[in-house]
Design a protein around this ligand. Structure first.
Ligand SMILES: *Cc1c(COP(=O)(O)O)cnc(C)c1O
Length: 416
């Protein structure tokens, strides 16, 4: 095809490989040995042509599968019309997307950015600004949960509850306090008039695929109402249909003041959003917050197509059906391999297999063995195998993945 490459773009892909990563990339990641080159739905092919079944969806991002035709179409159509303007101008896709998101949720206002971390950064800044203007600068403490994950900017890693992500980056932003997840008494003890926000993932993702209890989210709502703090739900991972509801808060019947969403919102095209009410949104004025790319027409046209595709009763009903089938499969595997797995937990198509005590710390080994069988799965920490397949996963693919994981476990146990 490319006998005479004229630029880097024309270089056949075999000219770069996994080893190239170690010579030209800042080593913030340790990627798998395979380099994917093409994907369709949940099927993916690497440089050597080997096929994989993708049950990671790019970490809960490509929820409509790879190269979904309606999303590709929305992208291509918008790409030939208008990509970018800057915030001195608004545009039709961003207004339509804001309308769709506010029609579909508790929210009345939307702010757009490019990632989950940026959506949370906006939420935390807005909560501080709101509290300072309503009550004064003493009201600035943020409560968040142990093991929470909110992104990688300095503010969001500091609010996140995993010390391994802040070590070495001190000094950190202050007035942040961590409480154990799902512990109502601890939340009550930590709450007070100096708290501006309580932030929580309705289903903790990176922290181990752990759903909040209804009582816990209700208690946080009450605490916020009593103290004037804002309740922030980080739905970056669990939102956009992942749990079988458009947003997980809808399953719980507990409404936040601010909701952050990203990941699946663009199905792989970078976009994030912070959703809130008019009364809270008015504490941000022109110039108080922003980002160059936020709300650009290209990202918004894609996200609008994603929301319109996912937010139908039929689509969300199918997510629940697929969830029940996958749960059944994982529970059967856990029962058949009790030396490996202790339990299965999660919500919708966000499921985790918790390792048994005798297998602690070995999640990565299992995911690598699965990959060798052609199944891509994630881990959440070293003790949980994490399943986040595209929401369009078929019954046949769930059965196929079941067989692949069993084969991987048999190989792993035989070599031990
Ligand atoms: C992934 C994630 C983030 C960060 O999103 P980025 O797009 O990587 O910045 C924040 N919160 C949760 C719950 C996430 O899963």
């Amino acid at each position: 095809m490319n006998d005479h490459p004229r630029s880097l773009h024309d270089t056949p892909h075999a000219a770069v490989n996994r080893q190239t990563f170690d010579t030209v990339m800042v080593p913030t990641y340790a990627p798998a040995p395979l380099v994917p080159v093409r994907a369709l739905g949940l099927d993916l092919w690497d440089q050597s042509g080997k096929q994989y079944l993708d049950f990671t969806a790019g970490i809960a991002v490509t929820s409509l599968g790879h190269a979904h035709p309606a999303v590709v179409d929305a992208l291509c159509q918008q790409a030939s019309q208008l990509w970018h303007l800057g915030n001195g101008y608004t545009n039709e896709p961003v207004l339509k997307l804001a309308q769709a998101l506010t029609d579909a949720t508790f929210a009345e206002r939307a702010f757009f950015c490019n990632s989950g971390a940026e959506a949370n950064e906006a939420a935390f800044k807005l909560a501080r600004k709101y509290a300072h203007e309503q009550a004064g600068p003493h009201k600035s403490r943020i409560l968040s949960c142990v093991n929470a994950f909110h992104g990688r900017t300095l503010f969001t890693v500091s609010v996140g509850g995993q010390p391994k992500y802040t070590e070495g980056f001190e000094p950190l932003p202050g007035a942040i306090f961590h409480i154990p997840f799902n512990d109502i008494a601890a939340a009550r003890a930590a709450a007070g008039d100096d708290v501006c926000a309580i932030v929580v993932e309705p289903v903790q993702g990176e922290g181990g695929v752990m759903p909040a209890t209804r009582e816990y989210l209700q208690a946080l709502r009450e605490l916020c109402d009593q103290t004037g703090a804002l309740l922030i739900f980080d739905e970056v991972q669990c939102g956009v249909g992942r749990t079988g509801a458009l947003y997980a808060y809808m399953n719980y019947g507990v409404v936040p003041d601010i909701l952050t969403t990203a990941k699946a919102l663009g199905n792989g095209y970078p976009i994030g959003a912070m959703l809130t009410t008019t009364a809270i949104a008015r504490h941000f004025g022109p110039g108080s917050h922003g980002t160059t790319y936020g709300g650009n027409p290209l990202a918004c046209a894609v996200a609008l197509q994603v929301i319109e595709t996912i937010n139908t009763p039929a689509f969300l009903g199918r997510v629940k059906e697929a969830s029940a089938l996958l749960l059944q499969s994982l529970e059967a595997i856990a029962a058949d391999y009790p030396q490996v797995f202790a339990s299965v937990r999660g919500s919708g198509l966000m499921l985790g297999m918790v390792l048994a005590d005798g297998f602690r710390g070995r999640a990565k080994e299992i995911s690598k063995a699965a990959e060798a069988e052609g199944l891509m799965v994630l881990i959440a920490g070293m003790d949980v195998l994490r399943y986040l397949p595209a929401l369009i996963v078929s019954d046949a693919q769930i059965v196929q993945a079941d067989g692949m994981l069993r084969a991987a476990l048999d190989t792993l146990l035989a070599s031990a």
